[in-house]
Write a protein that binds this ligand. Structure first.
Ligand SMILES: [Mg+2]
Length: 180
């Protein structure tokens, strides 16, 4: 694994390894747990309640920077956090998000602050402007190639739900209201 730009200071940088993999940024908690059976969770609209900042994306000119500027302040979606905590400890938890790498550190701090369980965080590279569904389709393939046996995904974008299912990944739709 190649270590790049691990966060420092108050963030859990010493326990993290970040690498570019399959056109995405993968951050592992170390020591890396075995691969094998895994669950995959989206962040925005599934674990993280971004409804207070979603208005930045509405209208003809979505303001992505303002939308992303608030990611560290989102409340946790408690039901999904509870589900995460109830999962069998043998399952790996992959967080697959369309967020770009430039909000990695604030995302890691948010995960730590909210004491959420995870093993691998997969983010877009900065400058990747593909639809999130395309990014996640490629990421799903890469996870499988890596050796993960994805048992179930949780996702709030119906286009992505369909694409993950087409890729053979069982996926549960979570209603966030962001795409209504
Ligand atoms: Mg989402």
């Amino acid at each position: 694994m190649r270590e790049v730009a691990a966060p420092s200071g108050e963030t859990p940088g010493d326990q993290l390894v970040t690498e570019e993999r399959a056109g995405a940024l993968w951050t592992w908690r170390t020591p890396v747990r075995g691969l094998g059976p895994a669950t995959v969770f989206d962040l925005d609209g599934v674990l993280s309640d971004g409804s207070a900042r979603h208005h930045h994306l509405q209208g003809p000119n979505p303001d992505w920077e303002s939308f992303l500027a608030g990611v560290g302040e989102d409340p946790v979606i408690e039901e999904v956090a509870s589900l995460l905590a109830l999962l069998d400890p043998s399952l790996a938890v992959v967080l697959l998000t369309g967020r770009p790498a430039r909000v990695r550190d604030v995302t890691l701090e948010w995960l730590l602050r909210n004491q959420l369980r995870w093993d691998l965080l997969v983010m877009r590279r900065d400058g990747d402007y593909r639809p999130a569904s395309h990014f996640k389709q490629d990421a799903a393939r890469a996870l499988r190639n890596e050796g993960f046996e994805v048992k179930l995904c949780f996702e709030d974008d119906k286009r992505t739900v369909e694409i993950l299912r087409q890729a053979g990944l069982p996926t549960m739709y979570v209603h966030s209201g962001y795409y209504d």
